[in-house]
Write a protein that binds this ligand. Sequence first.
Ligand code: FAD
Length: 395
Amino acid sequence: MAKIAILDRKCTGCGLCASKCPFGAIDMKDGRPELNAACKVCGVCVKACPEKAILKLETKVDSVDKSLWKDILVFAEVSGGRLHPVCLELIGKARELAKNVRFQVKAVLVGSGVKEHAEELRHYGVSEVAVYDDPALSYFRADAFAACVEDYIRFARPSVVLVGATSLGRSLAPRLSTRFHTGLTADCTRLEMRENTDLVQIRPAFGGNIMAQIITTNTRPQFATVRYKVMNAPERSPEASGEILLRKLPGGVAQSRASCVSVTPIPPKKSISDAEILVVGGRGLQKESDLDMIRELARLLGGDWATTRPLVEKGWNTNDRQIGLSGRTVRPRLIITCGVSGAIQFTACMNGSDHIVAINTDRNAPIFDVAHTAVVGDLYEIVPALIRQLKEARA
Ligand SMILES: Cc1cc2nc3c(=O)[nH]c(=O)nc-3n(C[C@H](O)[C@H](O)[C@H](O)COP(=O)(O)OP(=O)(O)OC[C@H]3O[C@@H](n4cnc5c(N)ncnc54)[C@H](O)[C@@H]3O)c2cc1C
């Protein structure tokens, strides 16, 4: 943190600093400059003062000894009785990052009856799986789960903790980062590791217009959440490796202030993030009923359908079928976009797809920058023609 200091004994009260300040942050009172709340510590006044009566002071920030924090920890979420696939994707990324700095990759499992998942995780190249298994953890209570993961972090001192950006992960990660007074970057789309073990956490910012690189320079661990389908999951190895560490529950977990009154299971719903083939409608569609041909093409291809955000805003679709920063991230084998311009907030969440086919009348549409197959033309001619051909081929 920096701040501006004015040395009374040197100041002549000339007022040059106040006239040069671009933020109007210096008031002249009784012939003396005084800083107000608008000061951004830009330093223009420091340069403007002919008497060198204004100083920019940098306060020293305490930094942890980074060498005491090693390895990468992945929170292995169990949802609906199975390992959430995002944790395998995180292990894959963690292994890549760990190589650069000779770290190991560890996982932590929390829940009731989760030991069997520890055995499965050993097939993905982790060196240790810590397990907190107890009936008191049979459903997610943020304080109890956070206490368990905190206990393991204090024991293992990982440099980086990766958590899936699921509903559970989004509740857990901030609770943990505040317990360690350290940084958390949500919804990272890329992660890189510097030689000094600083994790470069990259994510869209300012409405997706820039990719921000965020670094936790002075504290450890470095917490990051990553959405499902953003990273690649590693292959399952036939050989198991690494140790399973059964940990005792930290004190107080059973006396959590939250308790479960009843559980109403939500019927499992297909997510567009799991689709192998997706057909997507954009604002190039003129009316709601035109979505029928998008759904029909998806059905004939054995896939699912989705839209861009403007169609959700019009009430033609629900948010769980919206692709993009404020919707879902998808990574199908094939995606066909129809009348989609390719705004960054959309493409950032589908550009990892194996094959992208884009149909758009505008040959300069940005969607063509990410498309593998560009179809310049009217979706009202191309989509019905595709449907016809698929039906003929079936007949
Ligand atoms: C913070 C923030 C978050 C956002 N999150 C999301 C998000 O999650 N998802 C999302 O989608 N957007 C999001 N947006 C909005 C985003 O910026 C774009 O406005 C949006 O993606 C545009 O949708 P579109 O491509 O359907 O529409 P448009 O940009 O209007 O594009 C329509 C395209 O259709 C083409 N077209 C028109 N007629 C035809 C035809 N007959 N045949 C073929 N092509 C045709 C046009 O040439 C045009 O390129 C977000 C914006 C902000 C600021």
